[in-house]
Design a protein around this ligand. Structure first.
Ligand code: 5GP
Length: 120
């Protein structure tokens, strides 16, 4: 799948759409989800143009991967959930219900989370 330069997270990265930023480093940006599913719901995105985990894991440089993974851990620590616990989630493609085609990791926390997957 080709990267869509006009997806909503690309527009946030270009500053065309505002976000509630909580963290930024050279390779990643983190901000509050617009429709939170838990008391803490933050999205961490790489600054590079990657569609999904599939794309990112295959094509990102080692520096981008380190910068991104460090950002996820730093955000969780900054938000105070490293002690209490949290969940990270990345949806990929149709079966994963990915809505925004720019790779992102969700961080959920600040409550005792439910089952890992809903029953269907
Ligand atoms: P996905 O299903 O792709 O893993 O999740 C996309 C997430 O992006 C959803 O949780 C949705 O609420 C969030 N989202 C969609 N549009 C915006 C936006 O404009 N701003 C922010 N902060 N979050 C968004």
């Amino acid at each position: 799948m080709a990267y869509d330069q006009n997806n909503i997270f690309a527009r946030i990265l270009r500053g065309e759409i505002p976000c509630k930023k909580v963290f930024e480093n050279e390779h990643a940006l983190a901000f509050h989800d617009i429709n939170p599913q838990a008391p803490l719901h933050i999205l961490v995105i790489p600054k590079g143009a990657y569609v999904s985990m599939d794309d990112f894991s295959e094509k990102a440089s080692a520096a981008e991967i380190v910068g991104f993974v460090r950002a996820v851990g730093d955000v969780a620590r900054d938000q105070g959930v490293a002690e209490t616990g949290y969940r990270i989630l990345a949806n990929h493609g149709h079966d994963g219900h990915q809505e925004v085609p720019h790779f992102h990791v969700h961080i959920f926390g600040k409550k005792r989370l439910g089952a890992m997957l809903p029953k269907d």
